[in-house]
Design a protein around this ligand. Structure first.
Ligand code: 6PG
Length: 504
């Protein structure tokens, strides 16, 4: 039978997306360079389906076979590593005869500028479209959050497929509609996908999602570190605290899984597994790209950037082991017993406020990219599709959705009345947590860069006046004056004896 979709790349994400498509009634022709992976997806499908059920997934061992198995116009979905593999597969599809009406969707974590280049480069040969996917293995299987962008001429063909396989949200509560079993399909609720914008926009938004993900993860890690070293709690106790926190404003997928990691024992030694995991963090690049984009755009995302630095610093393990012997900090005391409750409460609030800052930075960054590239991003819609399916899904994305529905051009999330009130209400605790951590010598780079972001953003007169004076002194870089119209440039002749002022 002719298939509805040709799928290329059957790694963890690809395999699960194929099964998800099949559950939603699509016949899929599946290809991977590794034939074992083709066999594995077919075996998984047979295992999940009732005996005697009609096949839904058809394996191919060559891209040229795949092309003959898919209905015209062809729809291909790629789940291959970002970078060269995407172009290699596109070249192979062209060689196998795909044409201008055929659509190829890249679902990898591609660099957004590669996506822009590809859409332009393949124009006329076939329609190159991108759909960034978040949600990991389980999301891919039972409903991810999808960030599509590209040539709108193909959208009518693509939309029903993405809407079917994406996570769904109850529009009233903003909570995910659970789908956990093979064969299950959810047809009601709002799908966690929306057309994001022209080529590159979807991958940019996914990149920022990952930047926020890095910040969210690092913030939770800092709370764990402080509960461990400042309070002296065991991994189990911290896991239980996180479970409690997950019942309130901090409710999120990352909070839930962090609690689970902390509560897990090591099958080898019986100790908490987290204590057996080496403290060297990996990264594949999307957080770094977000940080670089923030620097290039001049739109500060310090919490996200610190989260990337924190991973990099963690990898200097052998240097840290040596430094720990000689760069001694304050004697490490734990928080006094009668201050414990209050300190734990202050950490909760520090985590919450810092998290608001991380999201504020991510949305501000997307706003500046939207302006620069003319994407007209809809931030309420983006917050909506992050409410379920993706890694940063969290209860407070409903409040972010509401903030942008109320004011689509909000300059910064911190200025939304709800988030403003939250920050003002909790800031005393946030300060206490950061101050205590600093006094104890326990690093909390993401907490402290967040509070510095908040304090800098709300400061009417920053010391950049002196900085402009310094620049003018050594390089005649000029300055504007507080008592003259914006844009008028002045220079003081610092080297002359009369130090005269000139309007430049
Ligand atoms: C998601 C994840 C996913 C992936 C990242 C993690 O949204 O589903 O972000 O894209 O897990 O690649 O990246 P690091 O390896 O850089 O942590």
């Amino acid at each position: 039978p002719l298939c509805d979709i040709g799928f290329i790349g059957l790694g963890v994400m690809g395999k699960n997306l194929v099964l998800n498509l099949a559950d939603n009634g699509y016949k899929v022709a599946a290809f991977d360079l590794d034939v074992d992976k083709v066999n594995a997806v077919i075996a998984a499908d047979q295992e999940e389906q009732a005996e005697g059920a009609a096949a839904r997934i058809f394996g191919c061992s060559q891209i040229s076979d795949l092309v003959t198995m898919v209905k015209k116009p062809n729809l291909y979905i790629l789940s291959v590593p970002a970078g060269d593999p995407v172009d290699k597969v596109c070249a192979a599809l062209m060689e196998a005869g795909i044409g201008p009406k055929d659509v190829v969707i890249d679902t990898g974590n591609s660099l957004w500028t590669d996506t822009v280049r590809r859409e332009a480069g393949y124009r006329g040969k076939f329609v190159f479209f991108s759909t960034a996917v978040s949600g990991g293995e389980v999301g891919a299987r039972f409903g991810p959050s999808l960030m599509p962008s590209g040539d709108q001429s193909a959208w009518d063909v693509i939309e029903p497929v993405l809407a079917a396989i994406s996570a769904k949200v109850d529009p009233e509560t903003g909570l995910p509609i659970e789908r956990t079993k093979p064969g299950e399909v959810v047809n009601e609720g709002e799908p966690c996908t929306t057309y994001i914008g022209p080529a590159g926009a979807g991958h940019y938004v996914k990149m920022v999602h990952n930047g926020i993900e890095y910040a969210d993860m690092q913030l939770i890690c800092e709370a764990y570190h402080l509960l461990r070293d400042a309070v002296g709690m065991s991994a189990k106790e911290i896991g239980q605290i996180f479970q409690q926190w997950n019942q309130g404003v901090l409710n999120s997928y990352l909070m839930e899984i962090s609690a689970e990691v902390l509560l897990q024992d090591d099958p080898e030694t019986g100790k908490p597994l987290v204590e057996m995991i080496l403290d060297k963090a990996g990264q594949k690049g999307t957080g770094l790209w977000t940080a670089v984009s923030s620097l290039e755009a001049g739109t500060p995302a310090p919490t996200i950037t610190q989260a990337v630095f924190a991973r990099a610093l963690s990898t200097l393990k052998s240097e840290r082991v040596e430094a720990a012997k000689v760069l001694t900090g304050p004697a490490l005391e734990t928080v006094a017993a009668d201050e414990r409750e209050a300190f734990i409460e202050s950490l909760h609030d520090a985590l919450y406020c810092s998290k608001i800052c991380a999201y504020a930075q991510g949305f501000a960054l997307m706003a500046s990219a939207s302006k620069q590239h003319g994407w007209a991003l809809d931030f309420a819609a983006i917050a909506k599709i992050w409410r379920a399916g993706c890694i940063i899904r969290a209860v407070f994305l409903q409040s972010i959705t509401q903030a942008y529905l109320a004011k689509p051009d909000l300059a910064n999330l911190m200025l939304d009345p709800f988030f403003q009130a939250q920050l003002l209400d909790k800031q005393a605790n946030w300060r206490k947590a950061v101050a205590k951590a600093t006094l104890l010598g326990i690093p909390c780079p993401a907490f402290s860069s967040s509070i510095n972001y908040f304090d800098s953003y709300r400061t009417e007169v920053l010391p950049a006046n002196l900085l402009q004076g310094q620049r003018d002194f050594f390089g005649a870089h000029t300055f504007e004056r507080t008592d003259k119209p914006a844009g008028e440039k002045y220079h003081l002749n610092w080297s002359s004896s009369d130090r005269d002022l000139t309007k430049v």
